[in-house]
Design a protein around this ligand. Structure first.
Ligand code: AHR
Length: 652
């Protein structure tokens, strides 16, 4: 820390004259109040974000319900699938939500095994107890069960056995297994022995140290990374998965709550949507379902922003639409969702929520109607949803889409429709070059101040080209987003929400890049882009104040971008300053208020092409330092290619 203080002391050049290189900061002039929701998160189950990711289930295809029912499973001996020792039973005609189970038929003193390889590169075991849950029914008693955890060298690192409960009904039985060693790329083996017949509907394995220790919960390391962003909102569950590549694959929230065996699997749009990275085994189990999403929001202090299907499948795929006179079930789903989130326990869906464990309403204030939809077909359907939702729930603010990009006919058509209808919030998406993000930090300066609010619902700078599989999360992309974000902050009276996209990606199981947080089955790392999001979010302040260079907003002059907020609670001024030049730049910030004591500065700087990785998770990370301040002028030197967040107490 001492070293850092010295370094920042050298960088903090006292600039007495008020020159071209001076910015004025009027801390007493409030340009806008910073919405609590300004910086938030967009979560979609893409890149294994949910199944195989933040949802801590370690068994892939735990219920044998994948289209190929033995995906991720192998039997030992393998011939036993053919000779009937293991039989996949399909009961879809009577139970569509839980169509398949495995029947284990043992003759006298048989010993057979069922092995699961886990998601992607296999199971990672730590020094914590694991909870294995078997859902089964004993058809003919006499089968005994043992379980083994294997590491990558095929060494047993955990074992336990289960005495099955008596009775012929389906039961869930739990067993604890404590590994004797850690390991990655591991597997789970379940041994059945004896004589009898056992139906197995689900084999599930979770670590005990999930987020908040919740059984069957979420990966604590990944949720912590979300919590550390102090998000103002969480948009979920997507993204294209809301729409599905066909309507039958759309997201239906009612299928994602309650007992796991009632949550019907759906093939993810991401299984085959990206031709160069097919992931045929990408199914959505909905173990992370709507109740869990709402709980997650509550845990991390984020306002919930669920998105519902508007009667259209993904317009990049089949673009199916529901006839407008047949939309009722879709509209009912939307109305019921508000009741599920906000209704008291005298309502049908409020009671359901209470039965799931949350008596108090979730206090949902926002609802997205449609993901990336566009065109007259969207406008027509959206109007029907809006009328019904507004009639019943006038206080819920509706988020409406403008398609997949900005300033193209698709966008301008929807934008004008939504403005004419006085929509609450318009969702804009930007996947573009770093140059575009730098050049468009002034985008919202000219927006109608009395029109709809803007939600920058998805944005990410693309290092190679839009949608390229070569895109990386390097410092250049992160800093260019920071430039754009100074423009969002400056226009917080118009932009009320913004979220980077996508949020999570498995290092081998991804379909889309760039992404904010990367992980494997054991650990995770954050990107330069994550730090930019974090620096804006944890320093969001409460009011925007003018920061000007010669009377103008700082958005590109001399390769600089800057904005300022005041935190009225802590009486601090927070300046965000991006230096996109390859040389150190000196600036003086001339305030209308006095300061004393120390200013803190958090800086993110490195080579523009630098990235973080599993091997080098900290190649780019913010560095905190401090320097003394006095009077009304802050002098500071920004390192080449850097984002600097300066916080200082002021006498305002
Ligand atoms: O963020 C990835 C995808 O990009 C989202 O699912 C979709 O909304 C957009 O096209």
């Amino acid at each position: 820390m001492k070293k850092l203080l010295l370094l920042s002391g050298l960088l903090a050049v006292a600039v007495s004259c008020f020159s071209q290189d001076s910015y004025t900061v009027s801390t007493k002039v409030v340009k806008a109040r910073v919405p609590a929701t300004l910086w938030g998160l967009f979560f979609e189950d893409i890149n294994r974000a949910a199944d195989g990711g933040v949802y801590a289930e370690m068994v892939e295809n735990r219920g044998f319900d994948f289209p190929k029912p033995m995906t991720a499973w192998s039997t030992w001996p393998s011939s036993h699938l053919r000779d009937g020792v293991f039989l996949v039973v399909n009961q879809a005609a009577v139970n569509a939500a839980d169509p398949k189970y495995l029947s284990v038929n043992l003759r006298d003193r048989d010993t057979v095994g069922l092995m699961n390889s886990g998601f992607d590169e296999g199971m990672a075991f730590r020094n914590v107890p694991y909870s294995l849950t078997l859902r089964y029914r004993q058809v003919v008693p006499g089968v005994h069960v043992r379980v083994f955890l294997y590491n990558s060298r095929n060494k047993v690192i955990g074992r336990a056995s289960m005495t099955l409960l008596q009775g012929a009904d389906w039961v869930n039985q739990e067993l604890k297994v404590m590994p004797t060693d850690t390991g990655t790329r591991g597997k789970l083996l379940v041994i059945f022995e004896g004589a009898g017949k056992l139906d197995v509907d689900r084999v599930s394995l979770f670590p005990s140290d999930t987020w908040k220790g919740r059984p069957g919960g979420l990966r604590a390391d990944l949720v912590q990374k979300l919590a550390d962003l102090k998000p103002g909102f969480l948009r979920f569950p997507g993204g294209c998965i809301v729409e599905g590549n066909q309507l039958v694959h759309r997201y239906q929230w009612k299928h994602t709550i309650g007992p796991l065996e009632g949550r019907e699997l759906v093939q993810s749009i991401w299984a085959d949507d990206v031709e160069s990275r097919p992931t045929p085994d990408y199914m959505e189990s909905f173990g992370l379902g709507f109740y869990e999403y709402f709980t997650l929001c509550e845990d991390i202090g984020a306002a919930p922003l669920p998105i519902i299907n508007v009667g259209m499948s993904c317009q990049f795929d089949a673009a199916e639409v529901v006839p407008v006179n047949e939309l009722e079930p879709y509209i009912t789903d939307a109305l019921d969702l508000v009741e599920f989130a906000n209704g008291d326990t005298s309502t049908y869906w409020g009671k359901k929520r209470a039965e799931l464990g949350h008596v108090a309403p979730f206090g949902m204030k926002f609802l997205g109607v449609g993901n990336e939809n566009w065109g007259p077909q969207y406008a027509e359907r959206l109007a029907l949803f809006t009328d019904r939702l507004k009639a019943k729930y006038p206080d819920v603010r509706l988020v409406n889409a403008t398609g997949y990009s900005r300033n193209i006919p698709v966008f301008t058509y929807m934008d004008s429709v939504l403005r004419a209808r006085k929509a609450d919030i318009i969702d804009e998406h930007f996947y573009d070059t770093p140059k575009w993000f730098m050049e468009n930090s002034n985008r919202y300066d000219s927006y109608d101040r009395s029109g709809p609010k803007i939600f920058v619902g998805e944005y990410a700078a693309q290092s190679d080209r839009i949608g390229s599989m070569k895109n990386v999360n390097n410092l250049l992309t992160a800093l260019s987003e920071a430039c754009f974000m100074t423009g969002i902050e400056r226009n917080a009276d118009v932009v009320s929400m913004a979220s980077y996209a996508p949020l999570f990606a498995h290092v081998t199981g991804w379909q889309w890049t760039p992404n904010l947080i990367w992980f494997d089955n054991a650990s995770s790392f954050t990107t330069p882009n994550y730090y930019v999001q974090q620096l804006f979010s944890v320093n969001k302040g409460s009011v925007v104040v003018p920061l000007l260079a010669s009377g103008k907003a700082v958005c590109g002059q001399d390769s600089c971008w800057a904005s300022a907020v005041v935190d009225e609670g802590s009486h601090e001024l927070v300046i965000k300053w991006v230096n996109m030049s390859g040389r150190p730049l000196v600036r003086s910030f001339k305030l209308d208020a006095g300061m004393s004591g120390m200013a803190s500065v958090t800086s993110l700087s490195a080579g523009l092409s630098l990235v973080n990785s599993m091997a080098s998770p900290d190649a780019v990370r913010p560095v905190v330092s401090a320097f003394p301040v006095k009077g009304k002028v802050i002098g500071f030197t920004a390192a080449p290619y850097s984002l600097n967040v300066i916080r200082v107490k002021i006498n305002r």
